[in-house]
Ligand binder design. Structure first.
Ligand SMILES: Cc1cc2nc3c(=O)[nH]c(=O)nc-3n(C[C@H](O)[C@H](O)[C@H](O)COP(=O)(O)O)c2cc1C
Length: 348
């Protein structure tokens, strides 16, 4: 399958503008989902059950350790296709409370020699209400066979001092449709977003969401959802320690490490493009962050490792560093849609 992708599909996709190629992939998967027999056939071919190595994390059963990272299916239009492709979970979003167009195009760039992607999408998405409606409709038609994470971020129009209400609005609309919720405070493409990683602001935000979540557990029709925080790879260990202390104190369920980097190393020193870099350049940075969190918490805080997973070895390094699950996005652009299945099988 990887051979087919690399020799026939990738050359065509790589001739297109990266965002156009992404839209084509999302549209193709959405069409695939409308032909009911095909996803089932694909799921059979990928033998999710047969090759699975189930793992329970935060009360959720994952059929394998490899998930699709946030950013690919921002609007929840094609996520069930990833089960057919052999992924063990999918994270949709980032969804913001208000619909927003994101930054001006072009805003996504490929760097094949560095096996890297640079993006400054800026949370382009349909908004929490529309995404909640879409999830409600698609979940009425099919049950979740792999866990679904919903990643929420701050609307660009919401000033930093109204960020809490903005996240609360998205949480209230979307938590019902998720198996876990991710609080994204680490995208480099929304002005001031990363300031929410600072201790006082972070505590205020997470405390408010924990209170909302506890209220869910008292509602007979709802349940408490595991909450993860997604962090940047550009944090110092000191900043990371303060974040981890807050997560432990507020009893958050886990951490996703990491988002894209603002660091400009090697060839990127001379590339004048704003945005976050993913793929190979972020691999060792995120693995170091994972190892540090695992060491300082003595493995007490569940970690989902993401950043530069391009093959089974890079995934294994993250698991060895302390991640329970891994996710990928850029690797799929370079290696094809079956990368998740390939890694899951080898990890199993
Ligand atoms: C084009 C693109 C868009 C992304 N959008 C989001 C997003 O909306 N929310 C988010 O939390 N992460 C987003 N990410 C970051 C990925 O989820 C992931 O954390 C990062 O790319 C590192 O993993 P990778 O090297 O496997 O791509 C995006 C990444 C890319 C390449």
């Amino acid at each position: 399958m990887g051979f087919l992708y690399k020799n026939f599909v990738k050359p065509i996709l790589f001739r297109l503008d990266p965002e156009k190629a992404h839209e084509l992939a999302v549209d193709s998967l959405s069409i695939l989902l409308k032909t009911p027999a095909l996803p089932r056939l694909m799921a059979g071919v990928n033998q999710l059950g047969k090759n699975s190595a189930p793992i329970r994390l935060c009360g959720i059963d994952f059929p394998n350790r490899v998930g699709l990272a946030a950013g690919f299916d921002k609007n929840a239009v094609c996520w069930p296709a990833f089960e057919s492709l052999g992924f063990g979970h999918v994270e949709i979003g980032t969804v913001t409370f208000l619909p927003q167009p994101g930054n001006p195009k072009p805003r996504m760039f490929r760097y094949p020699e560095q096996t890297a992607i640079l993006n400054r999408m800026g949370f382009n998405n349909d908004g929490a209400e529309a995404v909640a409606e879409r999830l409600s409709r698609s979940l009425a038609k099919r049950s979740r066979r792999i866990p679904l994470g919903v990643n929420i971020g701050k609307s660009k129009a919401a000033p930093l001092d109204q960020a809490v209400a903005d996240y609360e609005g998205s949480f209230k609309l979307l938590a019902d449709y998720s198996d876990y919720v991710v609080i994204n405070v680490s995208s480099p493409n929304t002005p001031d977003l990363r300031k929410l990683q600072e201790e006082t602001r972070l505590r205020e935000l997470l405390q408010a969401l924990v209170v909302l979540n506890e209220a869910r557990s008292k509602d007979p029709d709802r349940s408490r959802k595991p909450i993860f925080l997604k962090v940047a790879p550009d944090l110092s260990f000191e900043q990371l320690d303060s974040i981890v202390a807050t997560l432990l104190e507020l009893k958050l369920d886990g951490i996703i490490a990491t988002n894209t980097t603002m660091e400009r190393e090697g060839a990127f020193r001379d590339i004048d493009q704003t945005g976050g870099i993913s793929g190979k350049p972020v691999d060792s940075m995120s693995t170091k962050i994972i190892a540090h969190i695992a060491k300082t918490t003595e493995g007490k805080l569940p970690i989902i490792g993401v950043g530069g997973i391009l093959d089974p070895d890079s995934a294994k390094r993250k698991i060895d560093a302390g991640a329970s699950l891994v996710q990928l996005y850029s690797g799929m652009i370079f290696e094809g849609p079956f990368l998740g299945k390939k890694i899951a099988r080898i990890l199993a």
